[in-house]
Design a protein around this ligand. Structure first.
Ligand SMILES: CSC[C@H]1O[C@H](OP(=O)(O)O)[C@H](O)[C@@H]1O
Ligand code: ADE
Length: 307
């Protein structure tokens, strides 16, 4: 087999970030086109960025959140490098996948959830913003997931027959990990109205917003966490087992959504036109106050914005 190119000259507008159980898209009907190993001002991404073509020839980028061999804990994922590297190759739309615990009886293991809200239970130990250390910006995050993209993903996934049950809307609790929650915590999250729980929604989705990308997270329920007294508490074997069973459904959703996004009518959304300039206007630092170091970093992300 010939080695793949390490550069790719076309812009790539859509990225898939795979989580637990979705560490690769090779051999899934996608045609490999290139493997990129970029560096960014925030270091190297979690994994090489695989550029693949869909059946209709659209190039997409694939990144494995926890590394090729799932060697990065949720707290160690280099989210700033991941998001900035994707933006630098043209990505403006991110379809993220995540294995989650269910906090609600009616969200059964192997159901899919497309949340519309997040509650942050990370512990402040993850680097979480591009706007710091010499440049200050405050982006809006009231609705953390892109509404237009969510509608497309929901409509497309709903149309798939014989797949997993889909719940549209809900709140994902993002905890620090890597250990799972206590029963008291799990019950507290339920009392807060949490629908599902993971360790990955933040800061990934927040950085995507700062980078002016449309972002949606397809959550695949793998367990009932530990709030349910008639079930054993979650462990890795249960998560992996359900992800293995559900991998096919996840790939079907992914392929159908990518086909839909390739339609001309979605071009503006896919290119993130509705988000263009948002981070420029979120900036609070006067040009003369932006340090040379910050200018260099932010230039990688937003060429020409802060000159
Ligand atoms: C392996 S169980 C906990 C682990 O699973 C989820 O990963 P991902 O969101 O990348 O699918 C969860 O967020 C935890 O990182
Ligand atoms: N119960 C759980 N808590 C946190 N992250 C998870 N990922 C899958 N199941 C989970």
């Amino acid at each position: 087999m010939s080695a793949l190119p390490t550069t790719f000259s076309e812009p790539v507008h859509i990225a898939v970030i795979g989580g637990t159980g979705i560490e690769s898209l090779v051999h899934d009907g996608f045609v490999p086109a290139a493997v990129l190993t970029p560096t960014t001002p925030w270091g190297a991404p979690s994994s090489p960025i695989n550029i693949l073509r869909t059946a209709t020839g659209v190039p997409i980028a694939f990144l494995s959140r926890h590394g090729v061999h799932h060697e990065l804990t949720p707290s160690e994922v280099p989210n700033l490098a991941n998001i900035s590297a994707l933006r630098a190759i043209g990505v403006r739309t991110v379809l993220a996948f995540s294995a989650v615990g269910s906090l609600q009886e009616d969200i059964r293991p192997r159901d899919f959830v497309i949340p519309d809200q997040i509650i942050d239970r990370t512990k402040g130990i993850r680097p979480h913003t591009f706007f710091e250390k010499g440049i200050v910006g405050h982006v809006g995050f009231a609705d953390p997931f892109d509404a237009g993209l969510t509608a497309i993903v929901a409509k497309t996934a709903e149309k798939l027959e014989g797949g997993a049950k889909l719940h549209v809307g809900g709140t994902v609790i993002c905890m620090e990990g890597p250990a799972f929650s206590t029963r008291a915590e799990s019950k507290m999250y339920r009392s807060w109205g949490g629908s599902v729980i993971n360790m990955s929604a933040l800061p990934e989705s927040k950085l995507a917003r700062e980078a002016e990308m449309a972002y949606v997270m397809v959550c695949m329920s793998t367990d009932y966490d530990c709030w349910k007294t008639d079930e054993p508490p979650v462990d890795v074997a249960v998560v992996m087992g359900n992800m293995k069973q559900n991998g096919e459904n996840a790939k079907r959703v992914m392929v159908a959504v990518l086909e839909e996004l390739a339609l001309e009518q979605h071009e503006d959304l896919v290119k993130g036109r509705h988000l263009e300039g948002a981070s420029k206007w979120a900036n609070c630092t006067k040009p003369e106050g932006v340090t040379a170091d910050a200018r260099q970093r932010i230039e990688f992300l937003f060429p020409g914005y802060f000159n």
